[in-house]
Design a protein around this ligand. Structure first.
Ligand code: MC0
Length: 150
């Protein structure tokens, strides 16, 4: 891959979240609440991804500050169930926010970076998401998210 990329830096705006695989959402939430006073900012179930997720951060969280995404498996075939089985609880992914998913995906593909989905899927709050394969991102499962406007 050519690292001297000419992508406009405006496409990728901030670290959106880091995702942590957890076997039990409530006890993970309790940890962040009691250790840091962080709160559950948003919770939802994503059937397609096979997860129940909670976004955790300070109560006065500002939108461009990265948060922690707790990811619990919905069922045994969930990606998160497989991750927990193979590696145990821990950091599963890191997610960058973009304001132009289509341009970013084209740019990455043009540079030989493998994306997991041919087209973005639905992520947190209706965001459009895709993932860079960990083998093409230094061993990190790298999510890309384009939140819904507003
Ligand atoms: C696997 N590998 C990882 C990894 N998962 N490396 C770093 N981080 C991870 N999370 C490595 C393995 O160790 C292996 O390396 C190689 O990648 C291939 O692994 P595999 O065992 O053949 O493949 P699988 O079956 O584990 O699948 C990996 C893959 C999968 C990344 C394709 O996890 C996937 O489709 N993930 C995207 C969807 C997802 O994660 N959804 C849950 C979050 P070696 O060296 O052993 O070959 S949902 C979400 O995040 C949404 C709600 C949102 O935020 O909006």
């Amino acid at each position: 891959m050519n690292h001297a990329m000419d992508i406009p830096h405006e496409y990728v705006t901030c670290l959106d979240h880091v995702g942590i695989a957890v076997p039990d959402l409530d006890s993970a939430l309790d940890f962040y609440r009691s250790a840091f006073g962080w709160v559950n900012l948003h919770q939802e179930t994503n059937e397609e991804q096979g997860v129940v997720e909670a976004m955790v951060g300070p109560a006065d969280h500002v939108p461009t500050a990265g948060v922690i995404q707790l990811l619990a498996p919905l069922n045994e075939s969930s990606t998160i169930a497989k991750f927990l089985e193979k590696k145990g609880p821990g950091l599963q992914q890191m997610c960058l926010r973009t304001n132009n998913m289509d341009a970013l995906c084209k740019h990455l593909r043009d540079n030989g970076v493998r994306l997991l989905y041919p087209e973005p899927k639905r992520g947190t709050g209706g965001a459009r998401i895709n993932f860079v394969h960990p083998k093409d991102a230094g061993g990190v499962l790298l999510e890309l998210t384009e939140p819904t406007s507003g």
